[in-house]
Design a protein around this ligand. Structure first.
Ligand SMILES: NC(=O)c1ccc[n+]([C@@H]2O[C@H](COP(=O)([O-])OP(=O)(O)OC[C@H]3O[C@@H](n4cnc5c(N)ncnc54)[C@H](OP(=O)(O)O)[C@@H]3O)[C@@H](O)[C@H]2O)c1
Length: 324
């Protein structure tokens, strides 16, 4: 079968022949992959930098996707970090880590949105007891996950939704999808502290220096320092480490937690998927996705570094009505 194959870390995958996978356990199912998202998590899987990497090569990247098995049902699936990932004509899924989708679902939209949407959906449902009427700050709101976080906070009934990012143009588009205010992140974090002085939950996609600057600003300007503030670390596009000022933890009722694979169990993540998939398939969210055939995977890798549009590899373009 054809697959996107990584033969050395640091080099983009190439579309090559790869041995077809076969089921090993009772719950395994071979699936024809229709769509698989090229998420940042997939890029870090493919370059060996993700914390779950075993360093084994060759590998086929892709951590989730949409496909159809012998039972004919359309499924969204999550893979457990297997070496034969989703960017192949076929992969093997554990049926317990999949959900059946309505037959008329758009596979590209689902493959594009589930991973970035899950980040805030799971965080707000599993890492904090989020209540309608609370205030949310999305730190790093201009990417796919950040834009979906704004929309999911709105869906969950947030009062203030403060969207912060470094790109003024993209930031300006966020009020249309639910942001009640926007803050441009540039040098001085002062304006962020003033705007977010009553925030209850921070969904942090940045970490690094912007997170520590934001934390000081938010705590310094806090209207009521006894009001609980939960800072949820979700992504680290600005840096893997952040200097956390000890005073921030003492001067306000701040707790820092993470949300991701490990800090939330597979069982807890899977429990959230049907409701999230329902929102995606019913068109609740604004999703910017571009399908790309598997043969163009090298170009897709180069493009992914330059665009915030979510690229979705389509190993079986005919099943989407696209000529191969
Ligand atoms: N823990 C989880 O469950 C989970 C799930 C999904 C994703 N994530 C993580 O969430 C992060 C975002 O994912 P994504 O899918 O949204 O990626 P994405 O679509 O590529 O967006 C990343 C955005 O980050 C912005 N950015 C990069 N460096 C920045 C900086 N120094 N300061 C401010 N903004 C910066 C870029 O915006 P501009 O270029 O417009 O500034 C870009 O749009 C990644 O780290 C990903 O691994 C975590």
């Amino acid at each position: 079968m054809k697959a996107a194959v990584v033969s050395s870390f640091g080099t983009a995958p190439r579309c090559e022949e790869f041995p077809a996978p076969f089921p090993a356990g009772d719950d395994d199912m071979v699936i024809d992959v229709i769509a698989a998202g090229l998420h940042p998590r997939v890029r870090s899987q493919a370059d060996g930098s993700h914390y779950t990497s075993t360093g084994e090569l060759p590998l086929v990247p892709g951590i989730d996707g949409v496909g159809r098995g012998a039972d004919g049902l359309l499924r969204y699936f999550i893979l457990p970090g297997a070496r034969v990932g989703a960017m192949a004509e076929q992969t093997v899924i554990d049926i317990r880590r999949s959900i059946v989708l309505p037959a008329d679902s758009d596979p590209v939209a689902v493959a594009a949105a589930m991973n970035p949407a899950m980040s805030s959906w799971v965080a707000l449902r599993q890492r904090v007891q989020f209540q309608a009427g609370q205030n949310v700050l999305v730190l790093g709101a201009t990417g796919n996950a950040g834009q979906l976080a704004v929309q999911i906070a709105k869906l969950f009934g947030a009062n203030q939704i403060i969207a912060a990012g470094r790109d003024a143009g993209r930031l300006a588009r966020l009020p249309a999808i639910g942001a009640t205010s926007t803050v441009l992140l540039e040098g001085d974090s002062g304006p962020l502290g003033q705007t977010a002085s009553e925030v209850d939950v921070v969904l942090d996609y940045l970490w690094g220096e912007p997170a520590s600057g934001a934390m000081i600003a938010v705590v310094t300007d806090r209207a009521d320092r006894g009001q609980p503030l939960t800072w949820i670390e979700i992504g680290s596009v600005a840096g893997p480490t952040a200097a956390i000022p000890s005073a921030a933890l003492r001067a306000a009722r701040l707790q820092i937690v993470g949300s991701g694979q490990g800090s939330v169990s597979s069982r807890e993540i899977l429990a959230e998927l049907p409701a999230l998939a329902e929102q995606i398939t019913s068109g609740t969210f604004d999703i910017d996705a571009r399908p790309v055939p598997l043969r163009d995977v090298e170009q897709a890798w180069a493009d992914a570094a330059r665009t915030t549009q979510r690229i979705v590899m389509t190993p079986q373009p005919e099943s989407l009505g696209i000529k191969s």
